[in-house]
Design a protein around this ligand. Structure first.
Ligand SMILES: Nc1ncnc2c1ncn2[C@@H]1O[C@H](COP(=O)(O)OP(=O)(O)OP(=O)(O)O)[C@@H](O)[C@H]1O
Ligand SMILES: [Mg+2]
Length: 401
C-alpha cells in the first residue's frame, strides 16, 4: 500500500478532505502536524509532530521517519507546509519543487522581484521600511504584509494620509500575528480590473489548468474580502487563454515544477497582471466546489500526482459551480448563525458550512484571518450559481454578542 505523509498546519481547513482523498486512492496516511490534538487517535509511526515554521528541522524529521517506515509522497495541504514538503521531497528523491522556488511564493516581495526579472506583468511595487514616507508611493496603492494570507493586512489607500495610516495598521497586525512589525511592507500600485483565480497542476514543469474562477463581487478595497468564486469563468475565451498562459509563465518564473498551483490575476481590458501565485491548492473549503472526471476531488488529483498514480479522466465537470466565503461584516462573539436550513434549501445550493464555533470571536478584515463559513452551489450557468450563493448568504442571520 502506498504511504503518504500529509503536512497539516494548525489552522488548516483541509485535513478532512485530504484524509478522504487518501482513502479514495487507497493510500495509507501518516500525519505530520504542529499540535498533538490535531493528531487525534493517530499514534506511533502514523503521526509526527513537527514545527512547520522550522522547515529544515521538520524536513529532517520527515526524512528520518521515511527511513524507518518508507514514504511514497510528502504533501503539504496548505501554504504552511510547502517549505517542509520541498525540502523533504528533495532529500527523499520524490517529485518536488525546489526549496528556493517555494520560498519565493511565501514572500510577496521575493515573488515580485522574481516576476520582474522574468518580465511577468504585475503591479508596480516598492518596499516600505519604518521611517520611509508611505505617502510618497504611487497612488492609489495597496499596502500589504510580505508574508500573511487570507487578505489579512491588505489595505488600499488613495491618498498620502490613508497610506500612512494603513502602514501603521499593518505594523500592528504584524505584531499581533507574531511577525516582525519593523520589517518591510509591500506597497503596490492598485491594479484595476476583474479578478480571476486559476487552479492548476504542475507536472514536470508543465502547467495544466484545472479551473478558472471569476470573483464576481467587486474587490476595490479598502479591504479585500473574498466572497464568491464561480467557475467556469465568464471572460471571453481569448482573455481566458491569456490568463492561463500568464499563470503558466508566472509559475515558470518562480521555478515551480510539481504539484498544485493557485494563482490570482487581474484582467483590465487587454491588460493582465499577476497578483500572486502560490504553490498550493485553493484555500479554505473552496476546493469542495470542484469535481473532476467521474467525481473525484481536487485533493484526490493532488494525491494521485504526488504518488505517481495515473490521473485518469480529470476534466472538470460540465456544470457551473461556485463557493462563497461567508463574509464577516462586524466584529464580536458569535452567538449563532440562524437561517441555515433556509440557506441550504435555496435551489442550487449544495451545502452551507459554518466554520467558526459559537462563543468564538469573529474578526472582520483587515485584522481577521478566519472565514465565517462557506456556501456551495451548482447550476446550469455561472449566473445561476452566483444568484444561488447570494440567496444563501441573504438567508443567513449571523447573531453576534
Ligand atoms: N496591487 C493590487 N491591486 C489591486 N488589488 C490588489 C492588489 N494587491 C492585492 N489586491 C487585492 O487584495 C487581495 C489579497 O491580496 P493578496 O493576494 O496579495 O494577499 P493574501 O493575503 O495573499 O490573500 P489570499 O491569501 O486571500 O490570497 C487580492 O486578491 C486582490 O483582490
Ligand atoms: Mg492572495
Amino acid at each position: 500500500m502506498a504511504r503518504v505523509l500529509l503536512l497539516l498546519p494548525t489552522a488548516t481547513y483541509r485535513a478532512e478532505d485530504f484524509l478522504a482523498a487518501a482513502e479514495a486512492v487507497g493510500a495509507e496516511v501518516v500525519i505530520a502536524s504542529e499540535r498533538r490534538q490535531a493528531l487525534g487517535g493517530a499514534m506511533g509511526d502514523r503521526a509526527l509532530r513537527v514545527d512547520l515554521r522550522r522547515p529544515e528541522r521538520a524536513a529532517a524529521a520527515v526524512v528520518e521517519l521515511s527511513e524507518r517506515v518508507g514514504l511514497d509522497a510528502v504533501v503539504a495541504v496548505d501554504d504552511g507546509g510547502v517549505a517542509t514538503a520541498a525540502l523533504a521531497g528533495e532529500r527523499l528523491g520524490l517529485p518536488h519543487n525546489s526549496p528556493a522556488a517555494v520560498a519565493a511564493t511565501r514572500d510577496k516581495a521575493a515573488m515580485r522581484r522574481a516576476f520582474a526579472a522574468a518580465g511577468i506583468p504585475q503591479p508596480g511595487f516598492r518596499l516600505l521600511l519604518p521611517g520611509d514616507d508611505a505617502g510618497a508611493v504611487e497612488l492609489p496603492t495597496v499596502l500589504k504584509p510580505v508574508a500573511l494570507s487570507a487578505s489579512r493586512g491588505v489595505i488600499r489607500a488613495d491618498d498620502p494620509a490613508a497610506a500612512a495610516a494603513a502602514e501603521a495598521r499593518i505594523r500592528a497586525i504584524l505584531a499581533d500575528a507574531g511577525e516582525d512589525p519593523g520589517g518591510p511592507i509591500l506597497a503596490e500600485t492598485y491594479a484595476p480590473g476583474a479578478e480571476v483565480a486559476v487552479e492548476a497542476l504542475l507536472r514536470g514543469g508543465e502547467l495544466e489548468v484545472l479551473a478558472v474562477f471569476d470573483k464576481p463581487d467587486p474587490l476595490e478595497g479598502p479591504y479585500f474580502e473574498e466572497t464568491i468564486y464561480v467557475t467556469p469563468s465568464r471572460l471571453p475565451a481569448e482573455a481566458q487563454r491569456r490568463v492561463e498562459e500568464t499563470a503558466a509563465a508566472a509559475a515558470a518564473a518562480l521555478g515551480l515544477r510539481e504539484g498544485p498551483v493557485h494563482a490570482e490575476l487581474r484582467v483590465d481590458g487587454d491588460r493582465i497582471r499577476v497578483l500572486e501565485l502560490a504553490a498550493r491548492s485553493i484555500g479554505g473549503l473552496c476546493s469542495r466546489s470542484l469535481r473532476f472526471g467521474a467525481g473525484i476531488s481536487l485533493e484526490e488529483v493532488i494525491l494521485r500526482h504526488a504518488l505517481g498514480l495515473p490521473l485518469g479522466d480529470h476534466a472538470r465537470e460540465r456544470a457551473a459551480s461556485g463557493v462563497m466565503m461567508l463574509p464577516i461584516r462586524r466584529a464580536g462573539t458569535l452567538r449563532e448563525v440562524g437561517g441555515l436550513d433556509a440557506a441550504r434549501a435555496v435551489p442550487g445550493v449544495s451545502d452551507v458550512r459554518i466554520t467558526i464555533a459559537p462563543g468564538r470571536p469573529v474578526v472582520p478584515l483587515p485584522e481577521g484571518d478566519r472565514y465565517l463559513g462557506f456556501a456551495f452551489a451548482r447550476g446550469e450557468t455561472p449566473a445561476e450559481v452566483e444568484a444561488a450563493l447570494r440567496a444563501a448568504d441573504a438567508a443567513l442571520d449571523v447573531v453576534l454578542d
